[in-house]
Design a protein around this ligand. Structure first.
Ligand code: HEC
Ligand code: HEC
Length: 203
C-alpha cells in the first residue's frame, strides 16, 4: 500500500517534467568555466564545491534556474556563474555532467554509518521520516526522469550544509516542501549521520 502511494506520487512528478534534450558533447565545451570549481568531469576536488558527476540533467537545469532567480536558492558565487547561461546551455551542461561518473566515494566517518544507513534505507518510523532511498535511490543515484538529485559520494560538508539550509529555510526551492518537511524531523546528529552514509555511497 505504502509503495502504491509513493508510486502514484512519483507519477505526478513524472508528468510535470519538461522535455529535455541536452547535447552532452556541446555541454562538455560549455562547462569549461564550471570545471575550475566542480572538476572538469564533475569530480570536484574541493569539499566546498559539490560534485556534479553523475548528477541528473533535470536536476541541474532546475538548480541553474533557481540560482538565476536568486530567491529560493541563493548563492553569490553561483548567481554570477549562471547569469549568462541560456536554457539550452543549462540542458547541454546538465547532459554532460549526467554522462560522467563519480570517481570515488567521499571521505566519511565510519562511526556514523550505522545510524546513517538506517535512516537512508528505512527512515525513522517514530519520527515520521521516510526512507531517503525512496527518492534518492538505494545507491544514491537519484531518480533522473523526475529530477530527484543523486546524493551518493557527495562531500559530507556540502550535504550537511544543504540539509541545514533546508532546515532553517535559507534553501526553500524544494517543490511541495519535500525536503523541508523531512529535515524538520531530523536532529543534528541524524543529519550528520545520514550525510556521512551518503558520502560513503559510490553512485
Ligand atoms: C567559483 C566556483 C564555482 C564555479 C566556477 C561554478 N560553481 Fe557551481 N557551485 C559552486 C558552489 C560554492 C556551489 C554550492 C552552492 C550552495 O551552497 O548552495 C555550487 C553549486 C552548483 C550546483 C548545485 C549542485 C547541487 O547538488 O545542488 C550546480 C548545478 C552548479 N553549481 C552548476 C555550475 C555550473 C553549470 C557552472 C558553470 C557555468 C558552475 N556551477 C560553476 C561553485 C562554483
Ligand atoms: C519524497 C522524495 C524525497 C525524499 C523521501 C527525500 N528527498 Fe531529499 N530531495 C528531494 C528532492 C525533490 C530534492 C531536490 C529539491 C530541489 O532543489 O529541487 C532533494 C534534495 C536533497 C538534498 C540536496 C542535494 C543537493 O545536491 O543539493 C539532500 C542532501 C537530500 N535531499 C537529502 C535527503 C535525505 C537525507 C533524505 C532522507 C532523510 C531525503 N533527502 C529524502 C526529494 C526527497
Amino acid at each position: 500500500m505504502k509503495k502504491l502511494i509513493l508510486a502514484s506520487f512519483l507519477m505526478l512528478f513524472a508528468t510535470s517534467g519538461a522535455a529535455l534534450a541536452g547535447d552532452a558533447a556541446a555541454g562538455k565545451t560549455k562547462s569549461a568555466a564550471c570545471g575550475g570549481c566542480h572538476g572538469m568531469d564533475g569530480n570536484s576536488p574541493i569539499v566546498a564545491y559539490p560534485k556534479l558527476a553523475g548528477q541528473n540533467e533535470a536536476y541541474i537545469i532546475k538548480q541553474v534556474k533557481d540560482f538565476k532567480a536568486n530567491t529560493t536558492r541563493q548563492n553569490a558565487i553561483m548567481f554570477g556563474m549562471v547569469a549568462a547561461l541560456s536554457d539550452e546551455d543549462a540542458a547541454d551542461i546538465g547532459a554532460y555532467f549526467q554522462s560522467q561518473s563519480i570517481a570515488q566515494a567521499a571521505p566519511s566517518d565510519a562511526s556514523k554509518l550505522a545510524r546513517g544507513r538506517e535512516l537512508y534505507k528505512g527512515g525513522d518510523l517514530q519520527k515520521g521520516v521516510p526512507a531517503c532511498q525512496a527518492c534518492h535511490g538505494p545507491a544514491g543515484t537519484g531518480t533522473a526522469g523526475i529530477g530527484f538529485p543523486a546524493v551518493g559520494g557527495q562531500y559530507v560538508e556540502y550535504t550537511l550544509a544543504q540539509l541545514k539550509a533546508f532546515k532553517d529555510g535559507t534553501r526553500s526551492n524544494d517543490d511541495k516542501m519535500l525536503m523541508r518537511s523531512i529535515v524538520e524531523k531530523l536532529s543534528e546528529d541524524d543529519m550528520t549521520a545520514v550525510a556521512n552514509y551518503m558520502a560513503s555511497l559510490k553512485r
